[in-house]
Design a protein around this ligand. Structure first.
Ligand SMILES: *[C@@H]1O[C@H](CO)[C@@H](O)[C@H](O)[C@H]1NC(C)=O
Ligand SMILES: *[C@@H]1O[C@H](CO)[C@@H](O)[C@H](O)[C@H]1NC(C)=O
Ligand SMILES: *[C@@H]1O[C@H](CO)[C@@H](O)[C@H](O)[C@H]1NC(C)=O
Ligand SMILES: *[C@@H]1O[C@H](CO)[C@@H](O)[C@H](O)[C@H]1NC(C)=O
Ligand SMILES: *[C@@H]1O[C@H](CO)[C@@H](O)[C@H](O)[C@H]1NC(C)=O
Length: 120
């Protein structure tokens, strides 16, 4: 490989990493139909903290609560345009009656998410 190509590739990789960590993205698990209802919606808003990654777990239903509905779709909407966070499905989700989402901020940045859970 020519040095120039290698440098271009490294440059691209650095740029891709930068773009991947700076763009906000929404995440969706499962599909919903018009028969599904909104079971739960919550806003996750956290202030940034210097040098830190903020992480929040969203659990549905709560500790002592029970949910009689089958979950069909879980969405995590990131309201930020850049320096967005990262949402991960930890437990449950579509096909279950419970779900735990783990949301992490970008280092040095806060969170502004809305989580919605649909089911029937
Ligand atoms: C995420 O979803 C919200 C609400 O639907 C929308 O306004 C926003 O443009 C979406 N962001 C991205 C990066 O697709
Ligand atoms: C959950 O239920 C237990 C036992 O009934 C009780 O001690 C506890 O305070 C409840 N927790 C919440 C968050 O309601
Ligand atoms: C979070 O996003 C909502 C919807 O875009 C916006 O109205 C609100 O001001 C934002 N909050 C913060 C703290 O940025
Ligand atoms: C629950 O939802 C999942 C995902 O939409 C679906 O595959 C499954 O058949 C549903 N189960 C029941 C009992 O309705
Ligand atoms: C979710 O529900 C399943 C059964 O439907 C249960 O086995 C599991 O312990 C529950 N998980 C949480 C985190 O509540």
């Amino acid at each position: 490989m020519k040095a120039r190509t290698a440098i271009a590739l490294i440059g691209f990789a650095v740029l891709a990493t930068f773009v991947a960590t700076s763009m906000a993205t929404n995440s969706t698990w499962g599909q919903r139909t018009r028969y599904d209802r909104l079971l739960y919606r919550t806003d996750v808003v956290k202030k940034s903290s210097l040098w830190r990654v903020i992480s929040v777990d969203v659990e549905y239903p709560g500790k002592n609560a029970s949910n009689p509905f089958n979950i069909t779709q879980v969405t995590a909407i990131d309201h930020k345009r850049k320096d967005g966070g990262f949402a991960q499905l930890r437990k449950g989700g579509p096909g279950y009656r419970n779900v735990t989402l783990h949301i992490k901020s970008a280092r040095n940045h806060g969170l502004n998410y809305t989580v919605e859970i649909f089911g029937n």
